[in-house]
Design a protein around this ligand. Structure first.
Ligand SMILES: Cc1cc2nc3c(=O)[nH]c(=O)nc-3n(C[C@H](O)[C@H](O)[C@H](O)COP(=O)(O)OP(=O)(O)OC[C@H]3O[C@@H](n4cnc5c(N)ncnc54)[C@H](O)[C@@H]3O)c2cc1C
Length: 289
């Protein structure tokens, strides 16, 4: 196995196009354990962390651009980012431990294709877009479209994610991410729930996005919960509709970490709580509370 560390996107793309079994990596916090567990090694391992634009966080008037190989610790340590996207920052801060977060990236968390990846529901509710480089240039894809099944991606073998584009948080908006793990830390989500809401001036919910992780082969949106919230306040009736819709949309596995019935119930509870936190944050950020 050969290790290469290109310094530009073009160099990396050309390596992937000319080496059929090349594989990119960022933090390698998934790749190394997988190789050690016996997964067949690629001929070439392409280190993305030496490409400057892949390890950066940039803000302009309309969006944040986060390099796909940026350590997730950089996101949680970025105060402006963490204040604007509290849920996404918290999701990044749940990945493993400090040591893991100094290596792990959003690109790796997404492209490992785990249904339980913590940052993915939080990216989906924020409408995050992936900028993908390949031999014919770049294309942009919603994060929700990148993973097609466990370990399965809609990327070609010679493509990789350069960066994520995250539109600036609109006024009167907030996001949240919660997960349930059987242990208190260093565990994989049995259920993850992300929510983002935008409030109207009268305090009712104008827009809502709810997404669940670890309860289906890929992250799932909960359109019925979103519809129940829009035009309403998060009262008992709407929150119970959110919980019911979230439980209903689940298609979880049944294993020693959680039965199907347990995962469905927890999905309802977490979706409801995530919505409430997102609403509270939207109110606080705009002095409505
Ligand atoms: C002890 C431990 C605890 C963990 N805890 C958690 C946790 O709580 N929550 C959680 O979600 N995960 C957890 N993980 C898994 C892992 O840390 C995360 O998925 C992490 O975000 C992976 O990022 P990485 O940069 O290390 O990925 P890598 O290992 O570098 O890559 C992972 C996969 O993505 C591909 N890839 C990487 N970057 C790109 C790119 N830019 N474009 C295309 N493909 C790419 C690689 O080819 C590989 O298939 C844990 C892992 C360990 C070892």
């Amino acid at each position: 196995m050969k290790y290469v560390a290109p310094s530009s996107v073009e160099e990396a793309t050309s390596l992937l196009s000319t080496s059929p079994s090349a594989q990119v990596f960022a933090g390698a916090t998934d790749v190394v354990p997988q190789l050690r567990a016996g997964r067949s090694a690629p001929e070439v391992l392409v280190d993305l962390k030496k490409i400057q634009e892949l390890v950066s966080i940039v803000k302009d008037d309309t969006k944040w651009t986060v390099g796909a190989a940026t350590p997730t610790a950089n996101l949680t340590e970025d105060q402006a980012f963490s204040e604007e996207f509290q849920g996404l920052s918290e999701a990044a801060g749940l990945i493993g431990s400090d040591q893991i977060q100094n290596r792990s990236s959003l690109g790796g968390n997404l492209c490992n294709g785990s249904p339980a990846a913590d940052s993915v529901p939080a990216m989906v509710v924020n409408g995050v877009r992936a900028v993908i480089a390949g031999p014919n240039g770049t294309r942009v894809l919603d994060v929700a479209e990148v993973v097609t099944g466990p370990g399965q991606l809609s990327l070609e073998d010679d493509e990789f994610i350069v960066e994520f584009e995250i539109d600036r948080m609109p006024e009167r908006s907030g996001d949240a991410y919660l997960r349930m793990i059987p242990r208190t830390e260093m565990d994989i989500a049995v259920v993850g729930a992300g929510a983002r809401v935008t409030l109207a001036e009268d305090g009712s919910i104008e827009e809502a996005i709810v997404a669940l992780g670890a309860v289906a082969p890929t992250v799932v949106r909960v359109p019925e919960a979103e519809a129940a919230l829009v035009g309403n306040t998060p009262n008992e009736q709407t929150l119970s509709a959110v919980a019911g819709a979230a439980s209903e949309v689940c298609n979880p596995i049944d294993d020693k970490r959680g039965t199907i019935a347990y995962r469905k119930q927890v999905a309802g509870v977490l979706a409801k709580r995530a919505v409430l936190i997102a609403v509270e944050r939207a109110q606080q950020r705009n002095g409505m509370k």
